[in-house]
Design a protein around this ligand. Structure first.
Ligand SMILES: [Zn+2]
Length: 282
């Protein structure tokens, strides 16, 4: 094998992965994985992202306030956010974004949302805009999460000043018809391994329409587990019984996307490496 994997989006700092971290790191090194963008999601986990970036040379740190966590932010969150960015001149901004799914479709007892105050969309938009502004100021790689809010996100992206290097729409699940407009404004799109679920035909078909020079691949581990036959790297479930996605499943995500695009894994990996390096500047 003559290529290495690049995971455009995960959460290696997550407490669900913490008990297994040494083993996971060895497995990723053996793949080999050459880089993983580790996304902070709330004020509390930024220090852990920073620590991981000092410990592992392949960790690309990124800091952000996720829309799920926007409602619980502290009054001085923006000063803390500016400070953590200033301490990491090469870090990305993310995970940031908009999520109407938690407001309208999530089950009230979803254990992943326990204790969260769900910020209304207008409040999420303010938090997103503040973070995009800082990303644009330093031309940092911005990673955006969007669920069920594509029209609202489009409006934000049309009005905001954006980083000239572009931005990533992670685990892109939006309409195929919007790909072109987003790409014209600088979007990259990452394919998530969970899209290999048989029922997710629409998600896979959309990726046939992504410009090849904007294509990335990701796990979102420990979130977004792959469907069973693709789950080659396994971890025990969380204390609440949620399946935990192992970041090593980046290998299966590449294999699955290569099959969708009718490419060899080697050809896909070569393209993704060029895109990853251009966007994240590694
Ligand atoms: Zn994520």
């Amino acid at each position: 094998m003559t290529f290495a994997y690049h995971d455009a989006h995960n959460h290696l700092q997550d407490e669900w992965l913490a008990p297994h971290l040494d083993k996971i790191a060895d497995q990723l090194t053996a793949l080999p994985l050459s880089a993983a963008v580790v996304n902070g999601t709330c004020e509390d986990d930024w220090a852990r992202v920073s620590e991981l970036s000092r410990r592992f040379p392949w960790v690309v740190p990124s800091f952000g306030l996720h829309p799920w966590d926007a409602g619980n932010r502290s009054p001085d969150w923006l000063e803390k956010f500016s400070a953590v960015l200033a301490a990491h001149p090469k870090a990305g901004v993310g995970e940031i974004g908009l999520d109407r799914w938690i407001l309208e479709r999530a089950r009230p007892d979803d254990p992943r949302l326990a204790g969260l105050r769900r910020a209304p969309l207008d409040e999420q938009i303010d938090v997103l805009n503040a973070q995009l502004e800082l990303a644009a100021k330093d031309n940092r790689a911005a990673t955006i999460h969007c669920l069920d809010a594509w029209g609202a996100l489009d409006k934000v992206l049309r009005r905001a000043k954006l980083p000239t290097r572009g931005f990533l729409l992670h685990a892109y699940s939006g309409p195929t018809e919007m790909v072109r407009g987003f790409a014209e404004r600088g979007a990259y799109f990452s394919f998530n391994g969970s899209f290999l679920d048989e029922k997710k035909t629409r998600h896979r078909d959309t990726f046939k329409n992504i410009p090849r020079d904007r294509l990335l691949v990701e796990t979102d581990a420990p979130a977004m587990p792959l469907p069973q036959p693709w789950r080659t790297y396994k971890l025990p479930p969380s204390p609440t019984g949620q399946p935990i996605n192992h970041p090593g499943n980046i290998e299966a995500a590449y294999a699955g996307l290569a099959a969708v695009l009718d490419l060899s894994v080697e050809a896909l990996a070569a393209q993704v490496e060029v895109n990853f390096t251009r966007f994240f500047g590694r």
